[in-house]
Design a protein around this ligand. Structure first.
Ligand SMILES: Nc1ncnc2c1ncn2[C@@H]1O[C@H](COP(=O)(O)OP(=O)(O)O)[C@@H](O)[C@H]1O
Ligand SMILES: Cc1ncc(C[n+]2csc(CCOP(=O)(O)OP(=O)(O)O)c2C)c(N)n1
Ligand SMILES: [Mg+2]
Ligand SMILES: [Mg+2]
Ligand SMILES: [Mg+2]
Length: 329
């Protein structure tokens, strides 16, 4: 039975989502569709990721951060292709018991990140489900014609480079579950990373200019490098001790008795939303300059090789990795 603040489909659209709509192309969210003019000289780049309570976020995660993460994970896919985002379509599957408070928090999160990333809502769908809260978002962006960076394109000899830090996603999930024995400040930083990862939107142009192949790290660094290796028809060789760790991750790492197992956990945990790239040796300097200009750390983890699959080493020895990342059944 609906609660006292039982929410309503059309009021949700009008009161919460219309203010987020693209001023022209969203048609005020009173039409059946959005309509956008084509942009001569550019390709339209589209991506869709979904998030389900209990699978992608925790039941007690605030709904504003769930909305922001939903937008951010999609912007991360666009950034890895070198695309500049401008809009998105949104589908919400609200549990029967959810009310206005949840919906208002969700819309407020979107409002905040729309401004941060310069995107607008174009349309979507609002339904109620007997299942868990679920959301899906389709992000749209532009790339100059033919310039979208692919997972395919890595060549033997290219360096494998990753932005930012790896491991804060999985540690943030543990922290949010109360499973980390670190002090409060570190736990808060990790939880924040899990709930609102930082998509590398500002680095998209550099990816486009310098990377031969790229993708974002959602499933786990090793699994995602495996996606690049198979799409490109190369092998990838990386050294686990090069994994870039944040201060909080370093603090956690120092509590571990088995360093190889700990690094493997971070390199396979996922939820990082960094960009991993194959970069021709001659392009590395340009990429580094772009990263310095945006105060973004870059780490060379290894190189693409002839062959297939990802080979992980630690101290020069090959480390067998059974589960390389997240996989939905
Ligand atoms: N249900 C689906 N229908 C069509 N394409 C899909 C579906 N699920 C995944 N894909 C496509 O499969 C590819 C890999 O998906 P995924 O692993 O989710 O990529 P990413 O990690 O970049 O989000 C993408 O091209 C995606 O669009
Ligand atoms: C409550 C909870 N449990 C586990 C995870 C870990 N997790 C769930 S899905 C996933 C992979 C990324 O999600 P996916 O839908 O595969 O995104 P895509 O690869 O399509 O971008 C990870 C690491 C999580 N984020 N939250
Ligand atoms: Mg996906
Ligand atoms: Mg994705
Ligand atoms: Mg995935």
């Amino acid at each position: 039975m609906p609660g006292v603040d039982a929410a309503d489909e059309f009021e949700t659209i009008e009161r919460l989502f219309r203010p987020l709509a693209h001023p022209e192309w969203g048609r005020g969210l009173i039409d059946d569709v959005a309509a956008l003019p084509s942009r001569p000289g550019y390709d339209l780049i589209l991506t869709k990721d979904a998030m389900v309570e209990g699978v992608h976020f925790l039941p007690d995660d605030p709904l504003d951060t769930v909305a922001r993460k939903l937008l951010r994970v999609n912007l991360s896919d666009l950034a890895a292709k070198g695309a500049e985002p401008f809009g998105y379509l949104l589908a919400c599957f609200w549990p029967e018991a959810s009310g206005w408070l949840e919906r208002e928090a969700f819309a407020a999160g979107l409002a905040e990140d729309q401004v941060k990333f310069g995107v607008h809502l174009l349309g979507g769908d609002t339904v109620v489900t007997p299942g868990p809260a679920s959301f899906s978002l389709t992000a749209l962006g532009w790339v100059p014609h033919g310039r979208a960076v692919a997972r395919a394109g890595a060549q033997p000899g290219d360096l494998i480079v990753v932005t930012g830090m790896i491991g804060d996603g999985i540690l943030g999930l543990k922290a949010a579950r109360g499973e980390l024995g670190l002090e409060d400040e570190r736990v808060a930083a990790l939880t924040a990373h899990y709930r609102t990862p930082e998509p590398r939107v500002d680095f998209a142009l550099a990816v486009r200019e310098h990377a031969a192949a790229a993708l974002d790290v959602s499933d786990g660094l090793i699994a995602d490098m495996g996606h690049m290796a198979s799409a490109s028809g190369v092998g990838i060789l990386i050294d686990l001790e090069k994994l870039p760790l944040s201060r909080a991750a370093t603090a956690w790492f120092e509590t571990r008795v088995d360093p190889v197992a700990a690094l493997t956990e971070l390199a396979t945990g996922g939820d990082d939303y960094e960009i991993v790239m194959a970069v021709p040796p001659a392009a590395v300097e340009g990429l580094k300059r772009a990263a310095d200009a945006s105060h973004l750390r870059l780490t060379v983890l290894g190189a693409a090789t002839q062959g297939e699959g990802v080979t992980v080493r630690h101290g020069g020895e090959v480390v067998p990795v059974k589960t390389t990342g997240w996989r939905h059944g």
